[in-house]
Design a protein around this ligand. Structure first.
Ligand code: SF4
Length: 685
């Protein structure tokens, strides 16, 4: 049921789906949310919303919401009290730490949780366990962006604001499908294109934006680096670089020149499959527009060389001076509601809050003064390292909050084996997820409608979420669960409200020094960096200088993806999202959106379908070197011959069993966008 009478009051909050961060008024009647209305003064949505934000929140009242902690006893789940559950976590973690040391314990936090919860989970690991073995779901989406932008620009977040899409003189979309994954932002790009702003789309699929685009560069999956270097070659050859910007604001240009000298359009075309004239034309348009704004998504990052792709894109922006000005820049479309914030506040094995190096001695002293505990300086494990450590017997316990790794990580058989090898797996979630089913202890979570906190959207905008209704049966928000366990392990963390946690973040991270709930209590929130309490926030980054003074060109050669088609596995499978559903589908599958789409489907090109004697609706077995999955097919002109696409929202498909452990070399971002498979038609019975 979506609407149950008129709301009696409204509570201002932020959408808990994608990184656009649309503002909403949650209408409440008799202690129940009855509708969600997009806020006219929402800075990123201006009264607009997509179907997920507008109608996809009723999972909050799904009958299978977890309401009580559950302990596994043999094959049975037994309901236990909150105090027994919290005691059990503390006992198991104290025991394992004493027996095996801090490296035997790790946590994975959630981009769905608030900034305050993510910071606190990191604090728990650093102060109570004494390690940096903490990661979050950004590992599987934009960790390659973090690496690529940190190495080139010294900061890993969108350089500009969503509003800049209205100022850009050209929009370059690389490996992103925002009309489905970030619909309100996608609509803004469509409006710009209809106003006549040139739109260039680089994507293996003919997405909605690709159909609207002036140029669609339909490259082979995994060849972003080659294509962007080829565009660089044209820009240099035709003297389209911004020589003043390059000389004043960058370093390493000559090394990049040497690299792109060999990347002729002809050579680029042979690798990418994109015709020479499109490579040339795209390069000219991008360099000559007078203000080109790049946005990129997971089609850029989820590759074996994803961070190199980001660097290749930044190199183009630096060479043409398309950065540090309105309507330009490098703008990753962060996927989940708070995937930006989870990394910002230090839920990373490699950085503390505000992307401060763990070895920074000034930070170390401040951390000791504020928390009373030293900051561990050794880098922690990234999520894929945790699977290896579990399988090797080094990692004994894992505490996962709001992240269904057993459905969403690649090479699922390996992930399941790793989870099954743990002595004690704790999962905190709204529902009995695929990961929770493998746990020893399951703790219910409070939803975004049931707690206070902040999310940070894809333009670095920190916005409030506010408690509209009570959680069921006294369920605790994640931050309180962490505080309770911490106290039981001898390190009390006492906060009267999440605002006090934000005050501590501001104290320890200069990027957020001027952030407080008082200042966030306005529709526009605050865009970081906010270096002081009088600073208005930063809509445009790198206007005068980069964090390290100059930006760094990082020349990156094209290298092939982890898998290339063979006689046994001749097709390339690409995975991604669709408009109606969201990631593992845990929320949207529990709403009326199921009446619109209730299954994943496999897109196949008409030529391949005819060759394999497949018709619309036929079931096929997708087979890779790691396993198989079943899906119905749709014949589609959105994919090229030899390529397939499917979404991943339904666990029954077992899709991620197919995917390899191939990942970006430096960030470990998995290569979801390139897996080789073969197809077999399932004979109807
Ligand atoms: Fe929510 Fe994103 Fe849709 Fe906005 S565009 S309503 S943030 S899912």
């Amino acid at each position: 049921v979506i609407e149950e009478g008129e709301p009696l009051h409204a509570v201002r909050t932020t959408c808990a789906y994608c990184g656009v961060g649309c503002s909403f008024e949650a209408g409440v009647r008799e202690e129940r949310v009855v509708r969600m209305v997009p806020a006219d003064d929402g800075p990123s949505n201006q009264g607009h919303a997509c179907m997920k934000g507008r109608f996809g929140w009723t999972y909050n009242y799904a009958p299978d919401r977890l309401r009580t902690p559950l302990l596994r006893q043999g094959q049975e789940w037994v309901e236990i009290s909150w105090s027994a559950a919290l005691d059990r976590i503390a006992e198991e973690w104290t025991r394992i730490k004493s027996a095996h040391g801090p490296d035997a314990l790790a946590t994975i936090s959630s981009s769905r949780g608030t900034n305050e919860e993510n910071y606190l989970f990191g604090k728990f690991m650093r102060c109570v366990i004494g390690s940096n073995h903490i990661d979050n779901c950004a590992r599987v989406c934009h960790s390659a962006t973090v690496t690529g932008m940190m190495e080139t620009l010294g900061a890993s977040a969108a350089t500009n604001s969503i509003h800049d899409l209205d100022l850009a003189k050209l929009i370059l979309v690389v490996g992103a499908n925002p009309t489905e994954s970030h619909p309100v932002l996608g609509a803004r790009i469509k409006r710009a294109a209809r106003r006549g702003v040139p739109l260039v789309v680089i994507d293996p699929r003919r997405t909605e934006l690709a159909r609207l685009a002036d140029l669609h560069l339909q490259l082979h999956p995994g060849t972003n680096v080659a294509l962007l270097n080829g565009m660089g070659h044209v820009i240099v050859k035709e003297h389209l670089t911004d020589t003043v910007f390059v000389s004043n604001r960058t370093q390493g240009f000559d090394e990049w020149l040497n690299l792109v000298a060999g990347c002729t359009p002809e050579a680029t075309s042979s690798v990418t499959g994109v015709p020479v004239h499109l490579i040339t034309e795209a390069a000219r348009l991008y360099a000559k527009s007078g203000g080109s704004m790049a946005v990129h998504g997971l089609g850029m990052t989820e590759h074996r060389w994803g961070s190199h792709g980001v660097m290749a894109l930044v190199n183009l922006a630096l060479a043409t001076g398309n950065i540090g000005k309105p309507g330009t820049g490098i703008n990753p479309l962060r996927g989940q509601n708070n995937v930006q914030g989870a990394s910002d506040v230090g839920c990373l094995p490699t950085f503390f809050a505000g992307y401060q190096p763990l070895t920074d001695s000034t930070l170390g002293a401040a951390h000791l003064a504020v928390t009373g505990r030293p900051l561990p300086t050794a880098r922690g494990m990234k999520t894929p390292d945790m699977w290896d450590a579990a399988l090797a017997g080094r990692l004994k316990t894992l505490w996962i909050i709001g992240y269904d790794v057993a459905q969403t990580d690649p090479n699922l058989k390996k992930v399941h084996a790793a989870l099954n090898s743990l002595e004690f797996l704790i999962v905190q979630d709204l529902f009995m997820s695929e990961t929770a089913k493998l746990a020893h202890l399951v703790i219910p979570g409070a939803s975004f409608l049931e707690k206070d906190g902040t999310f940070t959207n894809l333009e670095r905008r920190i916005q409030r979420i506010r408690k509209a209704v009570e959680p069921p049966n006294g369920v605790l928000p994640d931050w309180q669960v962490v505080c309770e366990v911490s106290a039981r392990m001898g390190y009390p963390m006492q906060y009267s409200h999440p605002s006090a946690i934000m005050d501590e973040i501001a104290q320890l991270a200069p990027l957020f020094a001027g952030v407080s709930y008082d200042r966030l209590d306005r529709p526009e929130g605050l865009q970081w960096p906010v270096p002081s309490t009088t600073h208005p926030g930063t809509a445009l980054m790198h206007e005068q200088s980069f964090p390290k003074g100059k930006a760094q060109f990082v020349p990156v050669e094209y290298l092939p993806p982890g898998e290339i088609p063979s006689d046994t596995y001749p097709l390339v499978l690409i995975t991604g999202r669709i408009l109606q559903h969201y990631n593992c589908g845990a929320q949207t599958r529990r709403t009326d959106i199921m009446q619109v789409v209730d299954t994943d489907v496999l897109e196949i090109h008409a030529g391949d379908a005819a060759r394999l004697d497949l018709r619309e609706g036929d079931q096929v077995r997708l087979i890779s070197a790691r396993g198989e999955a079943r899906l119905p097919v749709v014949v589609s002109d959105r994919v090229q011959p030899g390529e397939l696409f499917t979404s991943f929202h339904f666990p029954d498909t077992d899709l991620n069993v197919l995917l390899s452990s191939s990942a970006d070399e430096s960030s470990k971002c998995p290569e979801y966008k390139v897996s080789t498979v073969r197809l077999e038609k399932v004979t109807q019975t």
